[in-house]
Design a protein around this ligand. Structure first.
Ligand code: KG4
Ligand code: ZN
Length: 348
């Protein structure tokens, strides 16, 4: 395919800028046409939201606004790009799902850059981005495969029939896996985000200390539910507090992690059985979880792909890669692009 801007064949020389601002990370990356990362930067807002115990949407948008231009300047300098209008061929931006205010900052910035540089623009679905985190890291990964996305806002198993052709095999009925980690951590008095902290502490605890329910363990549907598990943690904490005992945080984290990992692996195996596809990619913040990664590695019947931790959580590389692929498929956005906070990747 020919790049409409510079009239060369798309390939290694084609450079995509990826912009991700859907939640609390301002993330930018430059990717060439052979999926080589020219530069990537992430400015995390964890420290800003920590005192509030969760992401404060309005604050998140302001922080994106503050970080965007300094981060872009640093990115261009790192990649040795001094004439972006000539050297960047595509601007890809997450347009949903996510927080409206946060998405708006990225989308408006992308539209401004696209207009100033006279460069094509593409709005990317954040979940398609998570799928493409695997494409960047594993060039050998080609559809069909299953992608389990486990993040702060999503827990879904998607059948990737072809790039751009997705169907939803199952999702959570209530809380997302990462959300459950964050809520359980809050109940235990740990910081935000809870996932990494619970993961760390769980490695020093006894996973059989508490017998927590494994949600929907025996249903024959590919579906998840984590709100009951969080409530079970609450009841255990209350029982211990009523006895005036000290909370065995490490054991509770370990037992909680065991239940979450068991639920995820059980339903992943079910989806594999029902679809007959044993090639599985995993993505999203919870894919950084040590217990989940270990359990996945032990599944000898599956071919498993898990990106490095920095590409499991939100990043600009995944957006650039998804945007580049959308562009190759002939998709385009224009200056009417608006964020869609509840943009679904597949029809339900
Ligand atoms: O994909 P992500 O960066 O943002 C969303 O799109 O949501 O995921 C963030 C979520 C948070 O809920 C965080 O607690 C969780 O991923 N997380 C983890 C770990 N690292 C991040 N959960 C469990 N174990 C981890 N190591
Ligand atoms: Zn995400």
């Amino acid at each position: 395919m020919e790049d409409p801007k510079v009239g060369i064949d798309m390939g290694r020389a084609f450079v995509t800028l990826g912009i991700e601002t859907s939640c609390d990370d301002t993330a930018l990356a430059l990717l060439d046409g052979s999926h080589r990362i020219l530069a990537e930067y992430i400015s995390s807002q964890i420290k800003d939201h920590e005192p509030f115990g969760g992401v404060v949407p309005e604050f998140a948008s302001r922080k994106h606004l503050e970080s965007f231009l300094p981060l872009l300047r640093a990115l261009l300098a790192r990649a040795g790009i001094n004439n972006p209008a000539r050297q960047i061929d595509l601007v890809a931006v997450t347009a949903g799902p996510g927080l409206m205010g946060s998405l708006l900052v990225g989308v408006m910035a992308a539209k401004g850059l696209s207009q100033a540089w006279e460069t094509p623009l593409i709005g990317v679905n954040h979940l398609e981005g998570h799928i493409f985190a695997n494409r960047v890291n594993f060039p050998e990964l080609v559809p069909p495969f299953l992608c389990m996305i486990v993040s702060g806002g999503h827990t879904e198993i998607i059948l990737v029939k072809a790039w751009g052709d997705y169907s939803l095999l199952g999702a959570t009925r209530d809380d997302a896996a990462g959300e459950a980690y964050d809520k359980a951590a809050k109940l235990m008095g740990l910081g935000y985000p809870g996932g990494p902290m619970v993961d760390k502490l769980s490695q020093e605890g006894d996973p059989s200390a508490f017998s927590l329910p494994i949600p929907l363990k025996n249903t024959t549907q590919v579906e998840f539910s984590f709100s009951g598990l969080k409530t079970a943690v609450l009841w255990e904490i209350r029982k211990i507090e009523e006895k005036g005992q000290k909370l065995p945080v490490k054991d509770l984290c370990s037992s909680f992690q065991k239940a979450v990992v068991n639920a995820l692996i059980t339903k992943l195996q079910l989806a594999v059985g029902q679809s007959g596809i044993n090639k599985v990619a995993v993505s999203g913040g919870v894919a950084a979880n040590s217990g989940l990664r270990k359990a996945l590695e032990e599944l000898k019947n599956l071919e498993v792909f898990i990106p490095p931790v920095s590409h499991c959580t939100d990043n600009g590389v995944m957006v650039a890669a998804a945007g580049y692929n959308c562009f190759k498929r002939g998709l385009r956005s224009d200056l009417s692009l608006s964020p869609d906070p509840s943009w679904e990747i597949t029809p339900r």
